[in-house]
Design a protein around this ligand. Structure first.
Ligand code: GAP
Length: 469
């Protein structure tokens, strides 16, 4: 039987991933002992490693290794005027309906799209008004997916920003928001970055951190959650000196390369989709989404938008502070424009897990790029009841662990240990046997091919380092 990777819509791939993630400590349902909290998750001992490895890859590729980029870590709670200036207080809204019978609340666009999908057709509701959405629900007599009744409230808009209060008095003046995107922190810190560093346009600022949105929709596992790790870049340039279309294409290529090469995702599961006039945010001159073929269809993975100078202009107006940039050579003073690549690390992680899941030759394994895998290797003594094997294996484990995140396993037989490591994507299993004691080498088994080779114990560190490059 040859290698057969599953098609996205086959054999309940999503259910398999959700189950594997819970069973093996990647992702747990949020607050589970209290019955769970919709659209929230916890990242377990292996999940936190995978997520962190994806974050590190993003940070290294887009911030550390580029001479035209700097990093930032701004606050989650910013001055409330930031969100008025950015347009989020007025504009970060979804259209919602509530079933008057069972009180299920759902996004109107998702209700309509799901209904049409079930009937084998499709509809575009992008940019439709609340009245238009109401009309579609009524014309098609779309019933509540929970109780089956047809008894909806009118469609109404609600804001996705989470509100809270600063201080102990809950008054209008103390109202603040948890950030709905990391991007605004970059615009707010723009002047301080210019004043404190030697960056010259064109340059970008990258930021990684939690964002929060009051999502009421069905989340599809970690695809859409209440809180998520966003990785955003604002790339500032002079629109008179740089061709935005060329920059946009360069960013498109960069994102594609990152997903296919650094995250190891198959290009056939990716596509670019440009936003039409109705869908595109009013401040954007062009928006394209890099989409991944999730089991529930091609969906946005990474947004790329040309936001012009909209945000800097808004913050300049609301704060009264001059945010323009002065070219150090020509003395030209202007407001830079930005191109913004924005992605959620959790969504990248969902994609990486789905794409890596492989069933072949009676085995299940996560074909993760070694750099992303939680454990880089696992070390076993061939037999757990032979103290000399265990002692040598333990020495190797402890020595490798100083450099790499390595697992130890001496339970059950070798076959079971391979199975357990395959399922969590450990790329290499190292077995210490009786020959190891005499010849100073070990068996290294490759996760993807299940082939084995002998490697000198002294050379193990270099062997793993080369595989992780
Ligand atoms: N600054 C632009 C911005 O935030 P967005 O399309 O709303 O644009 C960018 O979000 C990316 O953040 C999305 O492509 C997605 O990867 C991720 N994202 C957005 N909302 C999310 C949510 N509720 N859960 C997980 N990831 C989310």
């Amino acid at each position: 039987m040859g290698t057969k990777s599953m098609k996205k819509d086959e054999n309940n791939l999503m259910e398999k991933i959700v189950s594997l993630c819970k069973r093996r400590g990647f992702v747990f349902p949020g607050s589970e002992i209290y019955g769970g909290l919709a659209n929230s998750y916890e990242y377990g001992p292996l999940g936190v490693e995978l997520k962190r490895n994806i974050q590190d890859e993003w940070w290294n590729v887009f911030v550390r290794r580029r001479i035209d980029m700097v990093g930032l870590d701004s606050s989650i709670i910013l001055h409330p005027k930031v969100w008025e200036a950015s347009g989020h207080v007025a504009g970060l809204v979804d259209a919602m309906v509530e079933c008057k019978s069972c009180h299920t609340r759902t996004r109107a666009d998702h209700l309509i799209e799901d209904h049409f999908e079930k009937t084998g057709s499709s509809i575009s509701v992008e940019g439709k008004s609340t009245e238009e959405l109401d009309a579609i629900i009524h014309e098609n007599k779309i019933k509540c997916p929970t109780c089956g009744k047809f008894d909806w409230t009118p469609v109404r808009k609600f804001n996705l920003l989470f509100e809270t209060n600063v201080g102990i008095v809950s008054e209008a003046q103390s109202k603040v928001y948890l950030r709905g995107e990391t991007a605004q922190g970059i615009f707010v810190a723009f002047k301080n970055i210019l004043d404190s560093t030697r960056v010259t346009v064109p340059f970008g600022v990258g930021q990684l951190g939690k964002s929060f949105r009051n999502e009421i929709t069905k989340g599809n596992f970690i695809f859409r959650t209440l809180e998520f790790e966003q990785a955003e870049i604002e790339y500032f340039f002079d629109p008179e000196a740089s061709d935005w279309k060329k920059l946009f294409e360069e960013w498109k290529m960069g994102l594609w390369k990152f997903v296919t090469e650094n995250l190891g995702v198959r290009g056939e599961n990716l596509r670019w989709r440009e936003h039409g006039d109705e869908e595109r945010s009013f401040y954007s001159k062009r928006t394209e989404d890099l989409e991944y073929q999730f089991p529930f269809g091609f969906k946005e993975l990474w947004g790329l938008a040309y936001r012009t100078d909209y945000d800097l202009k808004q913050h300049m107006q609301y704060s009264g502070i001059d945010l323009s940039y002065t070219d150090p050579v020509s003395g030209k003073k202007f407001l830079p424009h930005v191109i913004e690549p924005a992605v959620g690390i959790n969504r990248l992680m969902a994609m990486v897990l789905l794409d890596a899941y492989t069933e072949a030759d009676g085995r299940i394994f996560l074909k993760l790029p070694p750099r992303l895998a939680p454990y880089k290797a696992a070390v076993f003594p061939l037999l757990a009841n032979k103290p000399e094997l265990s002692a040598r294996a333990r020495e190797i484990y402890e020595s490798l662990r100083k450099k790499f995140f390595v697992a130890w396993d001496d339970r059950g037989n070798i076959g079971k240990r391979y199975y357990a490591q395959d399922e969590i994507g450990t790329p290499f299993c190292i077995t210490v046997d009786f020959d190891s004691l005499e010849k100073g080498d070990v068996t290294v088994r490759d996760r993807d091919t299940a082939t084995q080779e002998r490697v000198a114990i002294d050379g193990l560190e270099d062997y793993l380092a080369a595989k992780l490059r």
